[in-house]
Design a protein around this ligand. Structure first.
Ligand SMILES: [Zn+2]
Length: 185
């Protein structure tokens, strides 16, 4: 939970919320921000009760269903109705480029059996797989009560568009970061 006392943390003053993969508030004038470069930024807005949240869903966060956790928090702590929550999935690495090896696949298979249909064996490279993180996140959100027509997927790959985005897979550590920002006015 973020309030006005947290304003500027991580930018203008030292942050004590370093480890968080999710931020949530119902206060106006606070820009919830996550930094990323290929991971999936997920934006949440309940326009009825005016609550916002931001989740940073890398593959580990996706396995942990961080997006569903954000929905749960919005419901539990702020009284939101999942039917009112609008969700945006920002530019991030898509299945065209998100190549992984079996240990990552195994984590998904173990903890999210449904994700099988979104994991693809690479026919050209032995032992490599591609994962469709955005579709797994969408499914997780729907299971948490979000209506599928309230989910907007930007459907843009950060690695395929180096002229537009920083990409860790493209540039390694010699890169900038992208920021996902949401605020209530
Ligand atoms: Zn791509």
């Amino acid at each position: 939970m973020i309030s006005s006392k947290d304003k500027g943390k991580g930018l203008l003053k030292k942050s004590d919320i370093d480890d968080a993969d999710g931020l949530i508030t119902n206060e106006t004038g606070i820009a919830l921000t996550t930094f990323y470069a290929d991971c999936v930024p997920v934006y949440f807005l309940d326009p009825v009760l005016k609550v916002i949240a931001m989740a940073h869903s890398g593959w580990r966060g996706t396995v942990k269903q961080i997006s569903a956790k954000a929905v749960c928090k919005m419901k539990k702590d702020y009284g939101c109705d999942s039917k009112n929550i609008l969700v945006g999935i920002g530019p991030s690495i898509k299945k065209c480029c998100f190549e992984v090896e079996y240990p990552v696949v195994e984590e998904f298979e173990k903890k999210l059996p449904f994700s099988k249909e979104f994991i693809f064996k690479d026919n050209e490279k032995i032992g490599k797989y591609k994962i469709d993180l955005q579709s797994i996140i969408e499914k997780t959100l729907v299971s948490a009560g979000i209506l599928s027509y309230n989910i907007e997927n930007a459907d843009i790959c950060t690695k395929c568009n180096p002229d537009l985005f920083f990409s860790h897979r493209n540039m390694g550590n010699e890169r900038g970061s992208l920021a996902g920002i949401i605020a209530l006015k």
